[in-house]
Ligand binder design. Structure first.
Ligand SMILES: Cc1cc2nc3c(=O)[nH]c(=O)nc-3n(C[C@H](O)[C@H](O)[C@H](O)COP(=O)(O)OP(=O)(O)OC[C@H]3O[C@@H](n4cnc5c(N)ncnc54)[C@H](O)[C@@H]3O)c2cc1C
Ligand code: SF4
Length: 485
């Protein structure tokens, strides 16, 4: 098993005091620390991580990012298999590295369409932080995307090579169809190889996608940082209106450490569970757990071959994303796949004339979909099937496909399957200006406990149809700077 030069054992830190205690080492925590370490006030930092530290080589050796199965860590009474990684680096290990920004309208759903909630800041406020997060991950992308998602800087890396269907659609729909932005390197970096489209990104054989192991080691091996793996945080202890200490379990024993600033980044199921176990239940703690809804479609083409792009997903189309329909049905983002999800076609000469599309639709968070505690104190997820808003959005986007694909010779379009999960748990500790309706404020600081910051996708007030992690990274940089600069 890999180790860090900053690694510490639970017994060595028990009872000690740190200026900043960070819970979890995934996207939220990693990007927060990336910024926080630039500010003297951050001081000595302790990172408590439930899982092990496993290098890319360790993971490759047994084909697993972690030995802790997500479903073993909570009781699931909802219809979805919530998917995440418990381990050093969290979701940076298992993610597929798709990195679209959120759409400007995603932040203003209530004011624009009377649905869901507004975020306490807008796209323009987050834009410079998107650029910083993109630089950290060396995102490859198509600068033409600025037409839909305005940008103040070019992408750090050039775009991937689109497949032939994507190149045709990009020419025909220059305002809506773009090459996929991604943290799968187009060009080699100092620590990553170039993506070569071998299409198994959950554990990339050539280490092309951004992970904590290849992109955040300066942070986790910084001289001010200590990292304690195998430390499952159980609860926070409060006194006099602030958090004083954190209790964790390691090797079957309980320990505690004290601190001044606490950063909670334990994912959208385990962060609320930690607060609930601590009796910190003011506001909608645990409520509104959600993710987008996805369906898969196969487009049978007539005379155009697919699968000649340079990465696993090569195109994004915004033709079904925004409009007045969002008062009653969700935005849909169309992902154009450069992988043969439904096999090759059997007809001679037509083997590659198939185009898989994933339609991802925003859903409206409901407070009845929630993280609560089981009798033994473990996290327990309750909830129902995706809502009408998402289902109607998927139907609408499917009906729009003939028009969106009109520049391609389409033989027929088949609706293939519903995806069991998008692997994007979000929204159980939402941010907002009203303490009665939100757990943290616009700076991600707890409304009542002012030395507690929550990072990660748990703070999302609404869903978006876009993948969450770039937005998590940008928001974490913003939160750290507003608190510590
Ligand atoms: C298969 C898969 C593919 C994905 N692909 C994409 C993609 O292409 N694009 C995208 O944007 N997103 C993708 N995601 C989603 C992405 O992983 C999450 O959005 C992101 O990781 C959320 O960041 P976070 O900081 O909230 O949580 P995480 O990154 O999960 O970090 C949480 C951390 O806390 C630790 N932890 C949890 N509980 C405790 C505890 N009690 N004590 C101590 N530590 C704890 C965990 O081990 C982990 O290190 C994918 C996810 C999966 C599972
Ligand atoms: S497409 Fe292949 S090379 Fe590229 S990130 Fe995924 S697994 Fe790695």
């Amino acid at each position: 098993m890999a180790s860090l030069r900053t690694q510490v054992r639970a017994a060595d830190i028990a009872g000690r005091h740190f200026d900043t205690v960070v819970i979890g080492s995934g996207f939220g925590s990693g990007f927060f620390l990336h910024e926080a370490l630039r500010h003297a006030r951050t001081g000595r930092v302790l990172v408590l991580e439930w899982g092990d530290i496993r290098s890319h080589a360790d993971q490759w050796a047994d084909g697993r990012q972690t030995h802790i199965a997500p479903e073993s860590t909570y009781a699931n009474e909802s219809p979805r298999p919530w998917n995440f990684t418990i381990g050093f680096g969290g979701g940076t290990n298992c993610w597929f590295a798709q990195t679209p920004r959120f759409h400007p309208t995603d932040f203003r759903l209530r004011s624009l369409y009377g649905a869901g909630r507004d975020w306490p800041f807008d796209y323009a406020e987050l834009e410079p932080f998107y650029c910083e997060a993109e630089d950290i991950m060396a995102i490859s992308g198509d600068d033409a995307m600025g037409r839909v998602l305005p940008r103040s800087k070019p992408f750090p890396q050039p775009p991937h090579i689109p497949s032939t269907p994507d190149a045709r659609l990009k020419r025909a729909r220059p305002e809506q169809h773009f090459v996929m932005p991604t943290a799968r390197a187009r060009q080699a970096t100092d620590t990553r190889g170039p993506c070569c489209a071998n299409l198994r990104c959950s554990l990339c054989p050539v280490d092309a996608k951004f992970t904590a192991n290849n992109g955040l080691m300066d942070v986790f091996q910084h001289p001010s940082v200590s990292v304690c793996p195998g430390a499952e945080v159980l609860s926070l202890e409060t006194q006099g209106g602030v958090v004083r200490s954190v209790v964790f379990r390691s090797g079957g024993q309980e320990y505690s450490v004290n601190g001044d600033l606490f950063v909670l980044g334990a994912n959208a199921i385990h962060s609320p569970a930690i607060l609930l176990r601590s009796g910190i239940d003011r506001g909608p703690v645990g409520k509104g757990l959600h993710e987008a809804y996805g369906i898969e479609v196969e487009v049978l083409l007539d005379g155009v071959d697919n699968f000649d792009g340079s990465t696993i997903t090569t195109g994004l189309d915004y033709g079904a994303y925004d409009g007045a329909f969002r008062s009653t049905s969700g935005a849909a983002l169309l992902y154009f796949e450069n992988r043969w999800k439904f096999g090759f076609r059997p007809e001679p000469g037509k083997w590659r004339q198939t185009l898989p599309i994933v339609i991802v639709v925003e859903d409206l968070p409901r407070d009845s979909d929630a993280v609560v505690l089981a009798a033994d104190g473990r996290a327990r997820v309750v909830g129902k099937e995706p809502g009408r808003y998402a289902l109607d959005g998927a139907d609408r986007a499917f009906e729009q496909l003939p028009e969106i694909l009109s520049a391609l010779p389409v033989e027929r379009i088949e609706r293939r399957l519903v995806r069991p999960t998008e692997s994007h748990l979000q929204g159980s500790l939402r941010m907002g200006t009203d303490p009665a309706d939100a757990v943290v404020d616009a700076g991600q600081v707890h409304h009542a406990l002012r030395n507690l910051v929550v990072v990660g996708s748990s703070v999302f007030p609404t869903c978006s149809a876009s993948n969450p992690s770039l937005t998590v990274g940008a928001m974490s940089i913003r939160a750290a700077r507003s608190l510590l600069a």
